[in-house]
Design a protein around this ligand. Structure first.
Ligand code: EPZ
Length: 429
């Protein structure tokens, strides 16, 4: 029960709209780097030290799963963790864990690399789409793993160990790239990942593996080459700032017509996004310790976007951007190219007065003068935060239910917002 209350399972959020956000927001460590980085602790029997780890429900879920394998976990501070996988006592990732947190699929490559065997539940679908893992599986088979799907589980083993080879991803897959990176670093010979993900989190993940002794070139490009080594050693690693959290607060600042310094945010991790905001009339200035965001013009200009793998416009900021465009002085289109069902925030925004119509994978947004507060339902991580952003600018009070979605990816969101002048409070349902 504590877990539920701790991470918003039975909680709602009340937001009183109309206040500007002004001041500073400290950006936490990146969820989508922390998850693969913590899994990489399986690849060595040495101790790993992680700094700037975000305090999130998804991180807690992953640590519980790693503990099932036998990984020892010690907190050396709220954001500093020591993990030791001296002895792996189990290579099974049960359905109950994987269904709660899809990124658990990341343990597949690491377990095969370390133990030569793995049994990992298929993640199943999720709110934003089918999100298959077929490419993860095919790549491991090309490297010599014997894989069968039995009773909803991926059963993998490789009696002779994995062998490097060329692997071309037909679509860019972030965790697919990361999974195969972990399989390849201890494989025999050379692996080349072609059409690899180039996200900053993937590039930083390669940096972590290199610090552990892996031989990797091409990180951050679409072709990553890995020379397998016999073993990896422990290291100390700092998680980079969460660019999606930063982009989320940039939009919250813009819609409330405030001015906020996003501390620790790296402009170059969000260039495409910040340039789009600039076109929409919002200034995003690179500073020594972050990025300063403020409305440069009275109007928000309608700027159409299409989501794309990095360095394109991030799909994880699409829902938040939709709120901004719903208040623009004209019409824009938002096309979601990555996931097939990532518009669930739109019916909820419509209940707050937004004028948006969906045509396949494109949402046409006609800007309105204002939004009005309402009781709304969160459905997934980024849709739920887009409803919070809408509540910040809406006239009156907004209630967002099912806060556990929010707590998966946003550390201390109400404290960070209230510190800048918002009126947000969490309550038990
Ligand atoms: C990662 O998910 C992120 N999660 C997602 O962030 C992010 O939205 C996504 O990448 C895209 O940037 C983590 O890093 C933990 P994909 P991932 O594999 O790796 C299809 C958030 O809000 N595909 O890059 O699961 C897939 O269906 C989360 O923080 C296959 O078909 O996404 C999707 O349409 C949400 N078969 C597309 O590729 C596969 O085997 C991209 O998915 C793999 C992927």
């Amino acid at each position: 029960m504590v877990f539920f209350f701790m991470f918003g399972m039975l909680q709602g959020m009340r937001i009183v709209g109309g206040n500007q956000l002004n001041g500073e927001i400290e950006i936490s460590g990146a969820k989508n780097l922390a998850l693969p980085a913590l899994v990489a602790s399986i690849l060595t029997s040495d101790k790993m030290i992680y700094k700037n780890v975000p305090n999130l429900a998804d991180v807690k879920s992953l640590l519980e799963l790693l503990a099932c394998f036998g990984t020892e976990i010690n907190y050396e501070g709220i954001h500093t963790l020591a993990l030791s996988s001296r002895n792996i006592k189990s290579a099974i990732a049960p359905y109950d864990f994987v269904r709660k947190m899809r990124a658990s699929i990341l343990v597949l490559g690491a377990l095969i690399a370390r133990c030569g065997i793995a049994t990992v539940s298929l993640p199943g679908g999720c709110a934003i789409g089918t999100r298959g893992v077929d490419l993860h599986i095919r790549a491991l088979e090309l490297m010599g793993a014997d894989i069968s799907i039995e009773n909803g589980y991926i059963k993998a083993n490789t009696a002779k160990g994995l062998t490097g080879c060329d692997i071309t991803f037909p679509v860019v897959t972030v965790t697919g790239t990361e999974n195969i990176l972990m399989a390849a670093v201890l494989a025999r010979g050379t692996t080349r990942l072609i059409n690899a993900a180039m996200e900053p989190e993937v590039e930083a993940f390669c940096e972590l593996l290199r610090k552990m002794g892996a031989k990797i070139t091409g990180a951050g490009t679409s072709v990553i080459t890995i020379e397998g080594v016999n073993e990896l050693c422990g290291t100390e690693f700092e998680i980079i700032p969460d660019r999606i959290e930063a982009g989320t607060y940039a939009i919250a600042t813009a819609v409330t017509n405030g001015q906020v310094l996003l501390k620790n945010c790296k402009y170059e991790h969000l260039t495409s996004f910040f340039e789009t905001l600039n076109l929409a009339g919002i200034s995003c200035e690179k500073k020594e310790n972050g990025v300063l965001v403020y409305r440069r013009e009275a109007d928000i200009h309608p700027i159409s976007i299409q989501t794309a793998p990095y360095p394109g416009f991030p799909t994880d900021l699409q829902a938040q951007y939709t709120v901004l465009m719903s208040l623009a002085n004209g019409s824009s289109s938002i096309t979601e190219n990555i996931f097939e069902n990532r518009f669930m925030h739109i019916p909820e925004l419509a209940r707050m007065g937004a004028d948006i119509t969906i045509h396949g994978k494109t949402a046409v947004v006609n800007g309105v003068e204002k939004l009005t507060g309402a009781q709304v339902m969160a459905t997934d991580l980024r849709a739920s935060v887009s409803l919070v952003i809408a509540g910040l600018v809406a006239e009156g009070e907004t209630i967002v239910n099912r806060l556990y979605h929010l707590d998966r990816g946003y550390e201390n969101i109400e404290e960070k917002l209230n510190h800048c002048g918002a009126k947000v409070e969490r309550f038990d349902v």
